[in-house]
Design a protein around this ligand. Structure first.
Ligand SMILES: [Zn+2]
Length: 227
């Protein structure tokens, strides 16, 4: 293919790696990142988490909807976009709607939103928290929302799952058995699968920390003061 040059040639450039990199960088500007101007598509898909607390007869349903940015490209990314909380119990309505609106705004603002998880999980209800089945201590309803958001962000790959290696699990199981046989206590009939006199773990909030060989060790997540 030939092209007639109608203007005077005033300069030229040979296609080099540098030029290629420039063009590629230009392509990068087409990648959509999450920011407040991204408009909401007609439909969004998400997940709903049921939250049942002993504080109310009615369960709460937390829905987190995600947006998929750059769909079908190498830069495809799933990000949380909005959060809703529904319950028949309207006692906490004004605070919960304020909270979910602010969280939705943080999602839509873009950038890292994973900090929300630790912030919410650290909220203590001055009237005291409660234990979930499985032995996890929940300091407040807000903390429940934090745990649900953490689950969700792990599911969509924005937060890493804390996995316990097979080897570590084996050691934990052995320690649990040894501890129980020493005390000659049968595992409690409670929903908790950990020794009755275990303490609450600072890392995973499960009542599963026992003193073994002079070391406070969590039988649920493996957290140990002695490494
Ligand atoms: Zn733990």
């Amino acid at each position: 293919m030939s092209k007639k040059i109608e203007k005077k040639i005033v300069g030229y450039k040979v296609v080099s790696d540098e030029v290629k990199a420039e063009t590629e960088a230009k392509d990068d500007t087409n990648i959509i990142q999450m920011h407040e101007k991204v408009s909401r598509p007609e439909t969004l898909s998400g997940s709903t988490y049921k939250i049942k607390t002993p504080l109310s007869d009615h369960a709460m349903y937390l829905t987190i909807n995600d947006i998929i940015l750059n769909e079908g490209s190498d830069h495809e990314q799933r990000r949380p976009f909005e959060i809703f909380l529904n319950s028949k119990n309207m006692d906490q309505f004004q605070w919960i709607s304020a909270l979910t609106r602010v969280i939705s705004a943080v999602f839509r603002k873009g950038g890292d939103c994973t900090f929300l998880v630790e912030e919410l999980k650290a909220i203590f209800d001055p009237q005291g928290g409660y234990f979930k089945s499985g032995g996890r201590f929940m300091p407040s309803i807000v903390a429940e929302i934090g745990w649900a958001i953490e689950d969700h962000l792990q599911k969509i790959g924005l937060l890493a799952k804390t996995e316990i290696s097979e080897h570590q699990q084996k050691i934990m199981d052995e320690k649990k058995e040894e501890f129980e046989s020493k005390l000659k206590v049968k595992p409690s009939p409670e929903p908790s699968e950990f020794p009755e006199n275990a303490q609450v773990c600072k890392k995973c909030s499960v009542k599963a920390v026992i003193l073994m060989d002079g070391c406070m060790t969590c039988l649920n997540c493996g957290d140990s003061k002695c490494g």
